[in-house]
Structures are given as structure tokens and as C-alpha cells.
Write a protein that binds this ligand. Sequence first.
Ligand SMILES: *[C@@H]1O[C@H](CO)[C@@H](O)[C@H](O)[C@H]1NC(C)=O
Ligand SMILES: *[C@@H]1O[C@H](CO)[C@@H](O)[C@H](O)[C@H]1NC(C)=O
Ligand SMILES: *[C@@H]1O[C@H](CO)[C@@H](O)[C@H](O)[C@H]1NC(C)=O
Ligand SMILES: *[C@@H]1O[C@H](CO)[C@@H](O)[C@H](O)[C@H]1NC(C)=O
Length: 584
Amino acid sequence: MRAPVLVTLCVWVLSDAAARQFTEEEMAAVRQRIKSMFYHAYNSYLDNAFPYDELRPLTCDGQDTWGSFSLTLIDALDTLLVLGNQTEFQRVASLLQDTVDFDIDVNVSVFETNIRVVGGLLSAHLLAGRGGLALEPGWPCSGPLLRMAEDAARKLLPAFQTASGMPYGTVNLRRGVSPSETPVTCTAGVGTFILEFSTLSRLTGERVYEEAARRALRALWGTRSDIGLVGNHIDVLSQKWVAQDAGIGAGVDSYFEYLVKGAILLQDEELLDMFLGKHDNNNNNNNSRTDHMHEARLTAGSPSEYDRALQNYTRFDDWYLWVQMHKGTVSMPVFQSLEAFWPGLQSLLGNLDGAVRTFQNYYSVWRQFGGLPEFYSIPQGSTVDKREGYPLRPELIESAMYLFRATGDHTYLQLGLDALESIEKISRTPCGYASVKDLRDHQLDNRMESFFLAETVKYLYLLFDPAHFLHGGGAEGDGSWEEGGEGGRCVLSAGGFVFNTEAHPLDPAALACCGRGAHDRRLRDVPPEPAGQSRPGREEAPPPSQSESIALKAGERKTPPLSCPVQPFSARLAVLGQVFTDGP
Ligand SMILES: *[C@@H]1O[C@H](CO)[C@@H](O)[C@H](O)[C@H]1NC(C)=O
Ligand SMILES: *[C@@H]1O[C@H](CO)[C@@H](O)[C@H](O)[C@H]1NC(C)=O
Ligand SMILES: *[C@@H]1O[C@H](CO)[C@@H](O)[C@H](O)[C@H]1NC(C)=O
Ligand SMILES: *[C@@H]1O[C@H](CO)[C@@H](O)[C@H](O)[C@H]1NC(C)=O
């Protein structure tokens, strides 16, 4: 009985004085401002940039960045529905079916294409009923958006054809992996597929996707160090760690996220055990109890699993530093903005105390700069050279959403309002919202990444709309039954939603429902193997991967080029050991 009291006390003390309370009217007013923000950016994209991947908000035109598949529109599709715009959701869903072609000669990041394109299409498919699209009889186990998602995913499969099963980071959508591709992939680029790929497999009955994702996860698990840590870049052919900094940020982040969310989405013990260790199945929903278990696990020790090792070696005063993966010695006392997803993830595991304290650390950085710089030196309390930008990332807002749901503390709404106001003030242009190049002088970059509309705006909106259907708590259509899956019946969205790392919601109920019927379904007319992509005997040529990642401290120029650039395909090792982008 002590734990709940402690949680409350903690939240109270840490929110420095009583948080301002928002009334329902104030929250509704903020939601309107968020919608205006969305439409300013979205309409600017349509008017000035479509069909390019991204809007360039300073020059008011468009450019292809991660592919050439109108990325911003795919990524923003489900946000339209989140904001309640069914008619535009319907228009864009059919526009994409008519215009997007994945059979193109373009080199893409396997990671980014999966989380943004496959993830975005899967979400839109799963929300099609709610969005008022015409549903074919087998929905949610079939449908045109699902076929598009599968079409994109199938073109990523050649990257997984390595001896280890760990994928190359880059693949050519038409030609497969280039023979000159680097075999070095970042950790997140290996371990961030299980949500999308298992969703595809369970909906379609085509097992190859989930199997590829699991094989990569098991291979990665096998490479952890004696003290239970992984580095941030690995050679997928030799299975040797090329960059040995362990932490929770760039290059690694969503790997841990997918172990936890994969465990939740699939009710999968293997994935949870990797992250959390063998656990007690009782009381998983009891925060006070899981908090207690969490602390007990940290002190008692158990076979090496990630959460325990990360808490033991990388956590200092509720910050998380980078450490050498074999020795556990600190290699870089830096907080990266990508790490700000961590408190939200910890709250999903019931570790609310730690999550709240870590969030407060990160929020103090936000308040210092009016945004989160890409890197922040903890001992110096300042930005890090060349990493002073804020490309409108969502992670702190995402954590605020989870923590507000878990605690009801209005401090998290205050962060949301701060974020909205900073973005309006610093980065709004006549044509959209521009990435902040330097938070100290508010210089801007001519980019608006697709995650701004997919994630940042979506999480902000969801933060201020606690009754939104994506927060779960009710089945679709007020508890009515939905037909689904070859004559089966499913209660969709009854179990809430799991967000992929690009904020695309997935419905566990649909997976369970279609998975149940998959055995009975006839083989579909989809080519089971990636057509002619793998040539046995040839050196696997792989690509760099890509996550929103930056390798830390990789050191020497002799090292193979790293594969997880912050911006597409232009990352190089820098003398300071960080990966910077070449171009402007
Ligand atoms: C939906 O989006 C379109 C395109 O921006 C806009 O014209 C329309 O007014 C929006 N509808 C609603 C209900 O917001
Ligand atoms: C893809 O990458 C390979 C290897 O770097 C390169 O040879 C090829 O020209 C690239 N293709 C395109 C379309 O950029
Ligand atoms: C949660 O766990 C605590 C401690 O084990 C227990 O006292 C409490 O009754 C549990 N609450 C619920 C709702 O199960
Ligand atoms: C925690 O780290 C210390 C070294 O700092 C190590 O000796 C100890 O075994 C670790 N404990 C666990 C449970 O990993």
C-alpha cells in the first residue's frame, strides 16, 4: 500500500509547485490551435510540395528525401482521422492508391520505409472502418491499403537475406540490395520491424514478415555483451559491433521500444523477457505492484536483460548516459532528444516513479531552450557543437501523453502548451513549419520532416484529448460487433491501440482476430518470396540503415561508413566521433 502514496507524492513534489489546472474549455481551445497548426502545414504541403516526399517550408516547394512516394501524405494520413477529418482521409486514401508506386529504382532506408510507409498504411487500413472507407468483405484481414503496405514491405525483404538474419540498412525497391552496400546497420535498423511485420503477417496469413523480424531480433539478442548491453552499430555479416556505445538514444532507441510494444501487441513473452527478464505474470496491470517489482528486479538481479542492465549501467540521477557496452564505463554524458521517448515507454511497464523523474530532467532542458536540442551535454548544461537543432521531434510530447494518462498531472499539459507555443513562435513560416537549425539563435532549416504531421501534431492532439478513441477504453462503434475476417466476428479496438515508433496506431484485436482465421484462409495470390531479389552465392550487398540515428563516438575514419544518418544517405563519421550530415 505504500507505493501508490509514493507515486502521488513524487509527482506532486516534482512538478515544482502545483501545476496549473486546465479546464475542459481550455483544453478544447488548445485542440483547435493544434488543428490550425496541422492544416497550415498540411495544406501547404498539398499546395506546394505534393507529390514530393516533403515540403520545404522556407522556399515553398517540395523535395524527395526518404524515397519518392509522397511520404508526408502517407505519414499524415491517419492524423487526418485522429483530427476527425473523414472526408479528407477518404480522399487521400484513394489518391495514394492511384498515385503511389513502390516498384521504383530508388535506394531507401529499410527502417524508415518500414516505420513511416508500411506503418502508416497499416494504420490507415486498420482505421478504414472508422474512417468511412468502403470495406471489402474480408476486412480487416484484407483491403487495398493492406495490399499497399504489403507491397512496400515485400520490397524490403531482400535486405533480410543475410546469414545472420539481421538486415542491411538500405535496399533498392526494384533491385534489392546493392553489391556495394555497407553491411553496417544501426541497432534500431535491425530491431525495429516486429510491430509492422507481425501485423502484416497476422492480417494476411503470410508468415514471412514476422519470421524475418523475429530472426533479426533473436540474432541481435545473441550479440549482447556479458553485462547485457548492445552497442549502436553492428556489421550484419560478421555480427561484430562496430560502434560500441550503449544507451537508449540515437541508433538504438526504437529497438527497446519494439521489444516492449511487441510484447504488448502480440502478448509475447519472449519479447518481454528480452527486455524485462523473467517475470511474474500476475498483476501486470497494477501500477503499484509493478513499480515495486521493478525496484525489486533492479536490486535482486536476474539473467541479463536490457532494462536491468540499462538501469544499472547507464542511469545516473535519472538521466541516461552512453557507456561502453562491454565495460559499462561512461563514454558520453550526453542527453539526446531522441531519448525522450523513454519515460513514456517506462510508464507502459509500470515504472512510473522513474519515468516521472526522468521526464522532469528532460522537461528542464526543454524549458532552457524552448525545444530539445539534438544533443545536450549534461555536465555542461549546454548544447553540443553541430547538434543544436530541433527538427520538430515528437518524443517529449509523446512521453507527456503517456504520463498524463498515467498520472492525470496537468504539468504534462503545460509541456504540451509550451511546445505548441514554441513551435508557433520559432518555426512557423508562411508555408509550413521549419526544422530549427539552432535553438540558440532560432535559425531555421528548409525542411519539414514527415514526422511533424505524423507524430508531433498527433501526440499533441492526443495529449489534449483524453477521451479520444485512440486512448482505448471502448470498442469501435460503442461496443458494437464488427464483422471481420472470413465470417469471424471481431470486437475491434477493444484492447486499445499500440503506436509504432512513427505514431501509427495498430489494433491488437484485429491481429488476434485475423490471426485466428489465418489457418483457414486459402493461400493468397501473393508471391511468397521477394521476386528474384536474392542471388545465392553473391556477396550480400547491403545498405546503410537509417533510423533517426546518430552514432556516437565511433572514432576512426577507417571504420566502415555508418548507416543510420539523421538525414538520408549523407551521414559520415566526423572527427569527434559523431555522425553529421554532409550537406546543408
Ligand atoms: C478536412 O481537410 C480538408 C483539406 O485540408 C479541408 O478542406 C476540410 O475543411 C477539412 N475538414 C474538416 C472537417 O476539418
Ligand atoms: C543505389 O545505391 C547504389 C550503391 O551505392 C548505387 O550504385 C546506385 O546508383 C544507387 N541507385 C540509385 C537509383 O540511386
Ligand atoms: C495492487 O497491488 C497492491 C500491492 O500488491 C495491492 O495492495 C492492491 O490491492 C493492488 N490493486 C489492485 C487494483 O489490484
Ligand atoms: C551493476 O553494476 C555493477 C558494476 O557497476 C556490477 O558489479 C553489478 O553486478 C551490476 N548488477 C547487476 C544486477 O547487473
